[in-house]
Ligand binder design. Structure first.
Ligand code: SF4
Length: 231
């Protein structure tokens, strides 16, 4: 979610073309660190603001006081299922965030952490489609590079994780696996190392070992990641 005016990845015809997403392993490490530190990331959005027009509810935490002070109270609602003080910023009948004015974020300097943390490269990383409402033309254009075999192995592992999570949702306790594509891609990124070939039993890939072994390992990896985030 950017206000950059430079044109990245768009021809004069406004047709998207390939966008360099960076080396996969470097991107993966940076994004995982962002998830742990919760300090936002830097996505080369160019002039794309599609995610601000994609019918997303934007979560705003109670401690984001500066952000909250720049948004009219009438646009903020209690966040369902979260403790009091958490808010969501909705969207209008066209799916646009109400803070998007003249195609620019009117509170860019103070935009919510949710916006600062959003990186649509996660869908390419996980090999899954974004939600139907996401209008970003950039998503299919991102191209990761693979300077080393490790980059290829890690990308394959993230995609294997996303595939396993999607196909074996029923093997996990209820509500463990998100059905929202954004959250599913993020979970795959958190637990991908379970699917690195060298970390699976007998060098088998994720789909070849027992489901129970995989689900247990995924739950443990997810807990480990969350504990790292809380530490
Ligand atoms: S607050 Fe700004 S960056 Fe976030 S969705 Fe709205 S317009 Fe986009």
């Amino acid at each position: 979610m950017s206000n950059e005016t430079q044109s990245l990845g768009f021809k004069d015809t406004n047709q998207p073309q390939d966008l360099h997403a960076g080396g996969f392993s470097a991107w993966l490490r940076h994004f995982r660190t962002t998830l742990v530190n919760e300090d936002g990331t830097d996505v080369p959005c160019g002039r794309c603001n599609a995610c601000c027009r994609s019918s997303y509810f934007i979560h705003i935490r109670p401690e984001e006081t500066e952000t909250l002070s720049h948004i009219p109270k009438a646009l903020l609602f209690p966040a369902p299922g979260l403790p009091q003080g958490n808010r969501v910023l909705g969207y209008n009948e066209h799916g646009r965030c109400p803070m998007l004015i003249d195609d620019q974020c009117s509170i860019y300097e103070y935009r919510p952490l949710t916006c600062r943390s959003y990186d649509c490269r996660i869908f390419n990383a996980a090999g899954i489609a974004a939600g139907k409402a996401d209008k970003s033309p950039q998503i299919p254009c991102w191209q990761f590079s693979y300077p080393t075999q490790r980059d290829r192995d890690e990308h394959a592992a993230v995609q294997a994780a996303a595939k396993f999570l999607r196909e074996h949702t029923m093997n996990f306790p209820a509500e463990t696996i998100p059905n929202n594509p954004t959250q599913l891609a993020i979970l795959a990124i958190k637990v991908y190392d379970v699917f690195l070939k060298q970390n699976t039993n007998s060098g088998k890939t994720g789909g070849e070992v027992l489901y129970s072994e995989m689900t247990g390992a995924i739950m443990a990896a997810s807990r480990k990641f969350e504990n790292r985030a809380k530490a």
